[in-house]
Design a protein around this ligand. Structure first.
Ligand code: ADP
Length: 428
């Protein structure tokens, strides 16, 4: 609105300048347009004051731009139409309006400006509307006329000045926004860090009493306390209580590891890890559980397994989780196979050699629709839900593998079994 007052002043200065320079035209209609602009600017000002800042502001901005374009076209029409040397002000005005309005409004603004201006010059050309001629020095050989030169330079100078003002203002605003965003981002990061740290602290505090409860219960189930416990029939309940506590302990450990990884606090070493012996230990750990479930676990040529570059404890965790799942989501009579092979991708030595570790099972498999979600945090398939489980294991596996420069994958078919694999950089 403030700019519009300036524009009215600009129109008055330009009209007087043109008259002084001896340009022959009828100033009456142009002055009437300037008066109309003053009037509607006053009305818009009143409207804004009445309705306050809330609501309707965008609608109003759109109306203002449309009315401005119409007024500018009228002004051009009454001062020579296509002969007016300042018609490019219209483009300039449409560009500024497009920047000020939100979204993609610049397109309708430009279209409106073109349609109005085009209609005016075509109707003027066809003689449908009377022509308001711009006589005087603008008629013949204007390039030789010093006054025309002066008028043109004045107009062009003002246009450059306004565009420089606007581009500087927009760029100032953009860099202020960028600074604000960077600040907000930093605050969010700090808040997120605090959140991660408090989760770590709480889970850490939870872990100690849970481990204590577990070992206390173990003294009961292990028969280290009075035998009468068994007599009173409490032992099966204590066994179940211990299984639940162990589940809770695993959950707490997973949450702790996940948050430490996210915080970048997890210490992952990068050393050669012989996968054969490690896989043997993992398989051994699950043999009994697998036997209880009627599942056989096979290990393919452990002695020939390559070495990977990574953190031994985390590779142990990854493989344990995959094998545990392959047993858990299996069926009696089913099997699990663990293999690890070196794969020299590309073969031209330019790419890092990797070790592909695969855990395949003949279990329940995963429906195709669920496959993209299996590595997501807290994902638990509804097709098979054994009692124990948190839905955190696979997301931790993925993060751990990726933190060591590797990748994970899953191939599965419902009812036909699954293959979970991960690739880590090969050692040597
Ligand atoms: P949890 O086993 O504790 O539920 P995971 O993150 O290890 O959590 O696994 C997430 C889900 O992925 C499981 O609940 C299960 O639905 C599915 N899943 C994982 N491994 C297998 C597998 N080998 N076969 C079939 N489904 C699996």
């Amino acid at each position: 609105m403030r700019l519009r007052w300036l524009a009215v002043a600009g129109v008055l200065v330009t009209l007087s300048g043109a008259l002084l320079l001896g340009v022959r035209f009828r100033p009456g209609p142009a002055l009437a347009v300037a008066a109309a602009i003053t009037l509607y600017n006053g009305l818009f000002w009143l409207w804004l004051r009445r309705s306050g800042r809330a609501g309707g502001e965008r609608r109003m901005a759109e109306w203002q731009v449309a009315v401005d374009i119409f007024a500018l076209v009228l002004l051009l029409y009454f001062t020579g139409g296509i002969e007016n040397p300042f018609s490019y002000y219209l483009v300039f005005h449409a560009a500024i309006a497009g920047v000020m309005l939100p979204g993609r409004r610049s397109w309708p603004v430009a279209a409106l400006a073109f349609v109005l201006y085009g209609s005016m010059v075509v109707l003027d050309h066809l003689g449908v509307i009377p022509h308001f001629a711009l006589d005087g020095p603008f008629r013949a050989a204007p390039y030789r006329d010093g006054r025309y030169l002066l008028a043109s330079l004045f107009g062009t100078g003002v246009a450059f000045g306004i565009s420089a003002y606007f581009t500087a203002a927009i760029s100032r605003q953009l860099s202020r926004r960028a600074r604000e965003l960077a600040g907000a981002n930093e605050r969010l990061r700090r808040a997120d860090r605090q959140r991660l740290e408090s989760v770590i602290m709480v889970t850490h505090e939870l872990r100690a009493p849970m481990a204590a409860v577990d070992s206390l219960l173990e003294t009961v189930t292990g028969g280290y306390v009075h035998k009468s416990c068994d007599v009173c029939g409490a032992l099966p309940m204590v066994e179940r209580a211990r299984a639940r506590v162990r589940g809770l302990l695993k959950l707490t450990n997973d949450v702790l590891d996940l948050h430490k990884l996210e915080l970048g606090e997890a210490e992952l070493r990068r050393l050669p890890v012989a996968l054969g012996p490690l896989a043997e230990r993992v398989v051994e750990q699950y043999t009994e559980l697998a036997a209880q479930a009627g599942v056989t676990v096979r290990l393919a040529a452990a002695s020939a397994m390559p070495a990977a570059l990574g953190d031994e404890q985390s590779i142990w965790f990854i493989l344990s989780n995959l094998v545990a799942n392959a047993v858990k989501y299996n069926r009696p009579g089913g099997s699990v196979a663990v293999s690890a092979v070196r794969s020299d991708r590309g073969g031209d030595g330019r790419e890092q050699a990797m070790v592909d570790v695969r855990v395949t099972d003949t279990g329940v498999g995963i429906p195709a629709a669920d496959l993209p979600m299996v590595f997501e945090i807290f994902y638990r398939g509804t097709y098979a839900r054994p009692e124990a489980g948190s839905g955190l294991g696979l997301s931790l596996v993925k993060r751990l593998v990726e933190a060591q420069g590797g990748r994970v994958w899953v191939k599965s078919e419902q009812g036909a079994g699954s293959e979970f694999g991960f690739a880590l950089p090969a050692a040597g």
